[in-house]
Ligand binder design. Structure first.
Ligand SMILES: NC(=O)c1ccc[n+]([C@@H]2O[C@H](COP(=O)([O-])OP(=O)(O)OC[C@H]3O[C@@H](n4cnc5c(N)ncnc54)[C@H](OP(=O)(O)O)[C@@H]3O)[C@@H](O)[C@H]2O)c1
Length: 256
């Protein structure tokens, strides 16, 4: 029997690439996003693999619990949870609609936390396989510093990193791996959706394939935190040694 990987945000970008990588490595898939048509397209590309589609809007409170029960109703258990769905919003905090920011927190933070809560006990109970079980959370290099004009997004990713690193310690005596992928700018729909296409960040992007590949390999090797790309890695180190007020100024500059 093969283990199952549930991937949120699999309809495009990094999550789409994750789906290909996990399928190729021998996992059955459950793919989740709002765009059912795109998920169907992905399923057809993965012909020959076991792929279950669950269309779900994770910004709706209660969606994570519904998703867990739908997975159970399909008679499936999840051995790998990839919390990848997420989005950003660019603009001064006070100008961005509160409802949009709440939705972002619901997807980036709340759904990720709740899905982990619901699936973790089953993951611990499931048998050992010859490929890893565990959680792969997608944060960002935004997790390492405050981000003016994307204040809530940066804070949401700091939460993801802190939460995930705490779980590494809590679960160290289990057979589960917990990895956090911290991508830098990546060419996906992210910047368009965040209305951040004007920023300097878009000038130094990696491809979604490169980023997903780094995250997947890091997870397979049991790495705690994965920062893809030499430039992103050195930035993530640098931010540890500069005052947070200066790091915030730099992030503000990059946003212009
Ligand atoms: N691109 C970057 O520069 C970058 C950098 C650092 C971190 N990240 C992180 O990487 C992750 C993937 O983003 P991406 O770059 O691949 O962007 P993307 O191409 O926009 O993909 C985002 C994915 O999340 C899904 N999603 C968004 N809102 C959702 C909702 N309400 N319910 C369910 N699914 C939802 C989208 O599917 P639907 O629209 O079909 O729902 C899509 O599959 C995110 O967590 C993002 O914060 C991205």
């Amino acid at each position: 029997m093969k283990p199952t990987a549930l991937i949120t945000g699999a309809s495009g970008g990094i999550g789409y690439e994750f789906a290909h990588l996990f399928a190729k490595a021998g996992y059955n898939l459950i793919i989740v996003a709002r765009s059912e048509l795109k998920l169907q397209q992905l399923k057809s590309e993965l012909d020959g693999h076991s792929v279950t589609i669950i269309a779900k809007d994770l910004s709706r409170p209660g969606a994570a619990k519904e998703l867990y029960h739908q997975v159970r109703d399909h008679g499936k258990t999840v051995e790998v949870l990839v919390n990848n769905a997420g989005f950003g919003l660019n603009g001064p905090f006070e100008d961005l609609p509160l409802k949009d920011q709440q939705n972002m927190l619901q997807v980036n933070v709340q759904a990720l936390t709740e899905l982990t809560h619901y699936f973790l006990p089953d993951m611990k109970e499931s048998p050992l396989y010859d490929i890893p079980k565990g959680i792969l959370n997608v944060a960002s290099i935004a997790a390492f510093q405050p981000g003016p004009r994307m204040a809530v997004y940066y804070a949401s990713k700091a939460y993801v990193l802190s939460f995930s690193e705490a779980l590494v310690e809590e679960l160290k005596d289990t057979d589960l791996t917990v990895s956090t992928l911290c991508p830098g700018p990546t060419s996906t729909n992210f910047f368009k959706n965040a209305k951040a296409e004007h920023t300097k960040l878009v000038n130094r992007t990696m491809t979604a394939k490169q980023v997903a590949n780094a995250g997947f390999l890091g997870f397979i090797k049991g790495k705690r935190v994965v920062v893809p790309g030499t430039m992103n890695l050195s930035l993530s180190y640098t931010t540890k040694f500069v005052p947070r007020s200066l790091a915030a100024k730099l992030a503000h500059y990059m946003d212009s």
